[in-house]
Design a protein around this ligand. Sequence first.
Ligand SMILES: [Zn+2]
Length: 259
Amino acid sequence: MTYTHTAYLEDGSIAATLADLARAHRILELEGHGDMSMGHLSYRDPFGRGLWLKRGNLALSEVEQDDFILIDFDGAVLEGTGLRHLEWPLHAEIMKARPDVNFVGHSHAHFSTVLGASEEPLKPYNNHGVWFAYEGVPRFTQTSHIITTVPLGVAAAQHIGAAQALLLANHGIAFVGSTVAEVTLTGIFLEKAARFQVDLRASGFAPIEPDPEETKEKFDRIYPAKAQHNFWTYFNRRLDRVEALQGIGISQISLPPGV
Ligand SMILES: [Zn+2]
């Protein structure tokens, strides 16, 4: 596949990466991923100790760079204070199974969860869906529970395979990336694609099914590394503007049309 990953930098500053990862949480809240204090992203420790996971009892919109704990791949807390999210095995097992993945995300994004609660496969009906052209988005139906045990984490990791995202039936989604920009865009594009597909199905219009080979060529055309960087910086500028107005911690409030 032509979906390329950049090598992670062993000499990169963990603090700087966690600051970016904190911003990723807040960007994702603005993009429809918020669900009270649920949802979390993690970063593979560049020194092989385990993973840095957002601590518990915080909304995505509230995460700052100190809000992470370092856990090993068995879940033992090595550094940091605060609650360890129950779903740590989802992160640990995906990272163990996928050496190319440095970041794992999990959320209950609304439209992605609607799609995941159905038998409808995610389709590349719009540009956001094209992000998943090569591997698609598998669905994990073994349980509707949250992923709190190592065997469930292993099973979820097997189901995501080489894909960038996984629908967790009747629960939420998992999404991955080699960089913080990539994991963030994957989460955003999955939710946008799912929303488009839900709207398209709800419209009653007959969908046009895009050609799979053309869809892969389209991915190569519209999502080169330069474009991914541009989109990441766009979402950061947008976050800065929103937080300049209302500070950190307030999620986007969508009002009905006309209000
Ligand atoms: Zn969950």
